[in-house]
Design a protein around this ligand. Sequence first.
Ligand code: ATP
Length: 309
Amino acid sequence: MKVPILTVQNIGKSFKDKTVVNDLSFQVFEGEIMGIVGPNGAGKSTTIRSIMGILYPDEGKIHFNRHGSAEIPKRVVGYLPEERGLYKKVSIMDILLYFAELKDYPLKKARERALFYLKKFGLEGKEKSTIEEFSKGMAQKVQFIAAIIHEPELLILDEPFSGLDPVSQDVIKNEIRELAGSGTAILLSAHQMNVVEELCDRILMMHRGQQVISGTLEEIKKKYANFKCVMHGVNDRTKLSELPQVQRATHQGKVTTLFLEDHVHPSEWIKNLPADVDFNELSISRVSLHEIFIEIATDHSPEGSGKSA
Ligand SMILES: Nc1ncnc2c1ncn2[C@@H]1O[C@H](COP(=O)(O)OP(=O)(O)OP(=O)(O)O)[C@@H](O)[C@H]1O
């Protein structure tokens, strides 16, 4: 049975007269990785800051299911904020122990965990170094360790991959998977759709403060990811755009991408292609999360039917 760790219920937040989060509800369960995605300014960080008690929502409720009080159970929540910042001149070990102390976590255990993770993240022997001696990516790894040093049951990561090279991204991705595997509930926001596809069990997409899509990747793809046909050949663009059951088309040189309407059966559709369509390569696949994101961010409804070239 899925055990809820965090329940966000109909929250709303406005700054002056601008509504930035509107009637948003979701849950995060034990051992799952939930991705919150959306264009810049969609309201992701405002949502996360509301959960963390940095901002107060004007409406709705935030409930940490295992903890009755209205207070945030800080001892069991780990947080990697969007704006990074660690004391520049303090040793890495002291920084990590300081974070553990803030969460009332036993310091002996924290020291052991700090050394374990520094080694795991390729920073063995660096515990006496300071952040000013570190690169941005190294500092980010330390900040990630600070967020998990106290073994949180809920881990909230605001853009954990920004500024990381692909190798470091993999290190953090693997750690997130391992933490979820051991039961940690994880809520993360990210802009890298490929990473979100790969990592998240469920995805919530926000736009203008509201939920526009949510579900598992499979559910989202089934519901929103129509098929697309990518064609390499020399053709009349208008003719291709006007083929039956084509929702819209994009063209780049000799490559045309035809986004097919809902419920089109691709093999039937191919059979009905006119004989004079020229191509030397043709592929059909479901659109990616990245493309669904672009559709929403550019205000094309994922279920829209307008044709555009
Ligand atoms: N303290 C604040 N005062 C006024 N407006 C704010 C404040 N914080 C956020 N906003 C506005 O709220 C909207 C949502 O911002 P938020 O940072 O939540 O978006 P986001 O989805 O995290 O974006 P990004 O992907 O760019 O980080 C933006 O229009 C932003 O300008």
